[in-house]
Design a protein around this ligand. Structure first.
Ligand code: SF4
Ligand code: SF4
Length: 410
């Protein structure tokens, strides 16, 4: 049996699970909580214990007690978790601010799942096939992105914007998904910044933030990646770096300082914070908008539950002209995941799609014509699900990144 180094460090958390099952079954209408685990729900009748937190915790207890070993079969089950963190919000023994018992404040579920993934990798039972490929691409010196694209491709769009500087106090971290899969949204971002008279700098030497490897549980090359990226931005004179990806944001703001054991030498912001600042200062010159559309906001897990950034995107939406805001039934810390995170989209695409369809249906139920968010993974997964929906449902709603939405009104 492997040393279980990482799981042992989560021993208190794992042993604290009291087996109540709220992580699988909780319905609390008084606080807008309607079920907890998107994977368990998407599995339907097959959603037995190992697919949600209680069953996993029981398996982990048995592993720590030496009763069962780690295995490849276990890995196939436990990577079917989007690491959305919804179980932490409902768990009586968790970090949740909403449930405080004398015995609580023990379980940070995503931390436990990532400890398990690290031990599975170190024991040779993971990564799963597709995940291993993504990590290899990310660490490849000619790529430095998990999509397997040649490194320069990520920066091609920059040539259209000579106003982007090489050095400066406000630096944009482009990440991988937007420049390689949603480049038009980056162009929309530049349109907004230009209209607001904001200068930004960017480097063609940034590497993938490493989020994909962290979530999968492989930290072997992370310190090199972190040091490289920090050096790049330090040399540019950065005081603030910002990103349009919720995953990059969590990785930069939460994981980098934790892994380094020290504060970063600059502030890290998400694009919604930059947009909210510009909107609050009336810096975005909107054209006259006639009529009104209804809109709802999806909280990306890496912005909301992982980073507590709930109100700023809403504040931004309320300042955009011609919109009437409607909240989904499950919002903020109760928001239903889009299904893409934790490596689910790459390794288990059908599961990711099923979860995503459920979230789009919830958005349609509000009567909103627009579903907006600010995470390229959520957008990508929603767009895949949208393509598979009935045309009558497609007609009811449009999925749009908040950046494209603002840009369309300038
Ligand atoms: S809600 Fe928390 S304590 Fe209850 S079964 Fe799930 S993990 Fe265990
Ligand atoms: S993190 Fe999300 S997907 Fe994973 S077990 Fe918890 S509720 Fe389910």
């Amino acid at each position: 049996m492997s040393e279980l180094k990482h799981l042992k460090s989560e021993w208190k958390a794992i042993m604290s699970c009291m087996g109540c099952g709220d992580c699988g079954y909780a319905i609390r209408p008084a606080v807008d909580r309607y079920l907890t685990c998107p994977v368990k729900e998407a599995k339907g009748d097959e959603g037995f214990e190992i697919y949600f937190s209680r069953g996993r915790m029981n398996v982990l207890k048995s592993i720590l007690l030496g009763q069962i070993p780690l295995s490849r079969e276990l890995a196939e089950f436990v990577y079917q978790c989007s690491e959305c963190g919804n179980c932490t919000e409902v768990c009586h023994m968790s970090q949740s601010e909403h449930i405080v018992l004398n015995t609580s404040k023990w379980i940070d579920h995503v931390k436990v799942w990532e400890a398990l993934r690290q031990d599975l990798i170190e024991a040779g039972f993971a990564p799963l096939d597709r995940h291993g490929q993504l990590i290899d691409f990310m660490n490849n010196d000619t790529m430095r992105n998990p999509y397997g694209e040649e490194e320069g491709k990520k920066f091609e769009w920059i040539s259209e914007f000579p106003e982007i500087k090489d050095k400066g106090e406000l630096v944009f971290f482009g990440g991988c998904t937007m420049p390689l899969r949603q480049v038009d949204t980056l162009k929309s971002m530049m349109k907004i910044l230009k209209a607001a008279g904001k200068d930004i700098a960017m480097s063609k030497n940034e590497w993938c933030c490493g989020s994909v490897a962290l979530r999968i549980g492989d930290q072997s090359s992370l310190i090199d990646i972190i040091k490289h990226n920090i050096d790049v931005f330090k040399n540019m004179g950065a005081k603030t770096i910002f990103t349009a990806c919720a995953g990059c944001y969590r990785t930069w703001k939460k994981d980098y300082p934790e892994l380094l054991g020290e504060e970063l030498p600059f502030e890290v912001k998400h694009i919604t914070e930059i947009l909210a600042e510009m909107l609050n200062n009336n810096e975005i010159p909107f054209k006259t908008v006639e009529g009104s559309e209804t809109i709802t906001w999806h909280d990306p897990c890496h912005l909301g539950r992982h980073m507590n950034l709930y109100e700023i995107p809403r504040e931004a939406i309320l300042k955009i002209p011609g919109l009437e805001f409607k909240e989904m039934k499950r919002n903020r810390n109760n928001a239903w995941c889009c299904g893409a995170g934790g490596g689910v989209k790459s390794q288990f695409p059908d599961l990711a799609l099923d979860i995503s369809k459920e979230r789009i249906s919830e958005a349609i139920d509000t009567g909103a014509q627009l579903l907006t968010t600010s995470c390229p993974f959520c957008i990508n997964n929603f767009e895949s699900a949208y393509k598979e929906m009935e045309s009558e449902d497609q007609e009811k709603i449009t999925v749009i990144d908040i950046i494209d939405l603002i840009s369309s009104k300038i």
